[in-house]
Design a protein around this ligand. Sequence first.
Ligand SMILES: *Cc1c(COP(=O)(O)O)cnc(C)c1O
Length: 390
Amino acid sequence: MERFNGYFGEFGGAYVPEGLQKALKDLEEIFYKYIDDEDFINELNYYSKQYVGRENPLYFARRLTEYVGGAKIYLKREDINHTGSHKINNALGQALLAKRSDKKRIIAETGAGQHGVATATVCALFGMDCTVYMGAVDMKRQEHNVFRMKLLGAKVVPVTEGNATLKEAVDKALEDYIENYNDTFYLLGSAVGPHPYPMIVREFQSIIGKEAKRQILEQEGRLPDYIIACVGGGSNAIGLFHPFVEDKEVKIIGVEPGGKGLDSKHHAAAISKGEVGILHGFKSYALDESKYSIHSIAAGLDYPGVGPEHSYYKATGRADYVSITDEEALEAFYKLTKLEGIIPALESSHALAYGMKLASSLPKDNIIIVNLSGRGDKDVNQIVEMENNI
Ligand SMILES: *Cc1c(COP(=O)(O)O)cnc(C)c1O
């Protein structure tokens, strides 16, 4: 693989203390050493197929398409993966890198708990020691995932600083990494963080777009008109988008969490409403937490920043970034469940809601691919609670 300097235009980079620079340099070398290595690729492909269950389908949602009455809607079924979302693609890839770097201790951050579960899962699979940092507030909200991680053998460390959510959990994981990187591998969960993480996460998530491209060519004989994904940190989106970036006829749309509306202070639309700055060691759009209370109905989307490559595509105009509110996402959640028998994650419901809106405005011969980043089983309790409170 060609060497990359870590900058997407002005975005990205590695703005970190000296102690961390050496660790990141080592990680970069390990990545380049193995990413073209035949044994590594074979092992990654083996587990992707036999353990994760790839390739997953690109499903034509016929009833949803008929209901919307416009462009054809295809769903990339990341929800079918083992552990229920795209996060396992990245966790598996990084765990295999960790194995080769002889680091037996794995650390990770988690917000909603999905990345923590994916990490605890691959650590069980490969017999590695696993520590997950999680905000104390998130631990209460996402009890079920805390139980899952503990069952899988992980140590879950509550973080009580600040708002006690994802941002503080990342701070803690970075601190641990600086202190212990000689024997510790930091398995980072989204296309964020200092270089080389955004590049590494993109590489392992790009399987989504590579498969989708092959599948749509098989089923339709041409590329799609639009590809759409929700954007938290931006890993499922960059995984779908990247293999299509050079295909100029394909329009790319990222959907941010609009929470209670972009005019409210309660959302997490970093690109739409943020400013360029440095958060967690990389330059990108981010929301100022003194001005906004970071919020989304989908716990996996409430991160104040966004991956640097998305900021770059926004700046260059290669992708458009829009937002969908909590209410709109919830509506799409119900619609897909009733019309197709697929319960989507609330995160994915954001991409779906925008895809449905867009499809209704397009002619019937247009094709849209929506990334269904995860399944909604994890959200059922939250939905039932909300229904009981109405
Ligand atoms: C974590 C998560 C997301 C958001 O993370 P990205 O890095 O933006 O992909 C989206 N969907 C699901 C199902 C998730 O678990």
